[in-house]
Ligand binder design. Sequence first.
Ligand code: SF4
Ligand code: SF4
Length: 469
Amino acid sequence: MLKLVNRAFSRAYMPVSLKYVSLVAYIILIITGLAAYSTDAAFLKELRNTNLGNLIVWSYWWPAIVFLAIFFGRIWCMICPVEIITTFFAKIGLKRKRPAWLLSGWAITVFYILILFVGIQGFAIHRNPFFMAVYLLTIVGVSVIIGSIYEKNTFCRYVCPVGYLLGMYSKLSFLGWRVKDRQTCESCKDKSCIHKNYRYSLNYKSCGVDLYPAKIEDNANCILCAGCLKTCSKYQSEPNANRPNPQLTYIGFANDLFNLKPLKLAEMFFMLIVSGFVISEIWSEWPVTDGYLGYLPGLVKSAIHVENSMLFGFVKAVIIFFIIPLFIWLIPFLVSKLSGATIALKEYLLTYGIAFIPIIAAAHLDKAILKTTSRLPYFEHLFFDVTGITTAQQIIDGKIKLYDNPVWLNIMVSVLLTLVMVAGIWLSIKVIKRMNMKERKTASKSPLYLIPVIYGSIFLSMIIAWRWF
Ligand code: SF4
Ligand code: SF4
């Protein structure tokens, strides 16, 4: 199977033709979103599920790319239309050197925070088709600006938070982009995979995201564009049977995770915020936990008398996306310190921070399962009215009755949610175990198992209480 995929990559039209197909789909989704403007909260409650763009983007496209990243790596980046847009503008743009702050990774974390605070909390881009479309256009706009200013493919590696998150989840992937034989690369004279002559080609291109295929050790940054495979094959100075050398390779499930490579500070901060985001994503599914989610922000609201809804949204975001996860991340550290561990806070956050990733990924996967299955009843009406305006009104007026998902499907969903979360916790435990063995201080670091225990049970206990009792 992988042989076939790699053979397909060596064809001129792969994967670039898929990007053009997804570009057309992207444009259609944006148009349907822009055509469905509303600020009526009750109407939007239905419209978000009846509008083609909003339904596909949040209930199928986003869950699908999370699923694909966890099992197969950054497959989405392979067909992402934004990559060809930013690459094209880099080709005709100013090609300026990237400043250090951009290369540090903090730009992505800041962009992600802006999306959460302004996009999700302020404009409800996940619930409002019009603002969803504006969000997609903003991503394109930023990719055009970044592409026009900076050299190479700066956007995909140093700005896009979607790719960054997928890179984190692809630590779990079975597959990775690696070379068949490092020796071939060492003796290679042309190094066409990184040659500047092919940097701004749109298809047979050398790596635009600063990777040298022979040195790739994890899935974090490769966007699977297959450019290096093509250049390696086409521009050989001396024919070599091992070329093309780069290819999609089976590396074993969670191989990157078990490499225990510490996070960078910007990555850690990014994952800290994502860890709060997924709590809100899962807990908001059940009215009981949704109520708990609003409890602390509600207390703060009455204590400091915040009446402005925009300001309250900001305060709520700070509490849910930053303060609560920070507290959760710190408990295992503080307990281990009290038990005599000598680990420093920064070392803990960067090294043991990776133990949160499988649980965060499991929570995201659970959200994906809930989204895709719960929106199935809307599908039969979707293609008759792509803006969803008439359908939403008919649902509100009682003229359309949506069917309930069958009981067997709901049971299957409950089983899947539970198993996925158990798997996430189990992987996290394995990470801690390996990390403790690596550090050779098992006794004083056993409280660090509180990471999977505390963070995992936030999800698992909710899922069990909600779905099984
Ligand atoms: S990937 Fe191909 S072009 Fe690049 S160094 Fe290796 S053999 Fe040479
Ligand atoms: S390493 Fe190869 S496949 Fe990965 S991003 Fe660079 S050129 Fe594309």
